[in-house]
Design a protein around this ligand. Structure first.
Ligand SMILES: [Fe+2]
Ligand SMILES: [Fe+2]
Length: 144
């Protein structure tokens, strides 16, 4: 079983993302250690968090016209659809594929965080950089 633990390697130095990712890691660990009885609820909690987190990242990308948004938006969309299928399976008592999905999600999350999210975090930090507050035509999106 592939798992993910919070570590420095996942830190992106953009607080709202780091906070959301830390929660995701916790919720995923809870789902992976959940009993069969608890798995549907744990999965629903993970899904709800990821819907929020992805929606927030999507808003940042759109509001700041992030150049590499389209792949990132697509990946969020595809992953959420899979997780929703997982939720339906969990509710229906099909737990083995959901546990498999949790493992894949752990591996995916590490990659996604270190590539697409890292690029977005860098971009967002620049939005809040030295030019903040100037009327330079850039949308300065406040996190949160
Ligand atoms: Fe993220
Ligand atoms: Fe993302």
């Amino acid at each position: 079983m592939e798992t993910v633990e919070w570590s420095e390697a996942l830190l992106l130095d953009f607080a709202p993302m780091d906070t959301a990712h830390r929660t995701l890691v916790d919720l995923l660990a809870q789902a992976q250690s959940a009993t069969d009885e608890a798995l549907p609820t744990a999965w629903a909690a993970l899904l709800a968090h990821m819907e929020e987190e992805f929606a927030e990242e999507d808003r940042w990308m759109r509001a700041t016209r992030f150049a590499s948004a389209s792949n990132h938006l697509l990946q969020h969309h595809v992953v959420l659809n899979l997780l929703r299928e997982g939720a339906a399976m969990a509710r229906g008592g099909q737990l083995a594929p959901v546990r498999e999905m949790a493992s894949e999600l752990a591996a995916w999350f590490i990659k996604h965080t270190q590539s697409m999210d890292a690029a977005l975090a860098l971009h967002m930090r620049r939005q809040d950089g030295p030019r903040s507050g100037q009327r330079d035509g850039v949308n300065h999106v406040k996190p949160g």
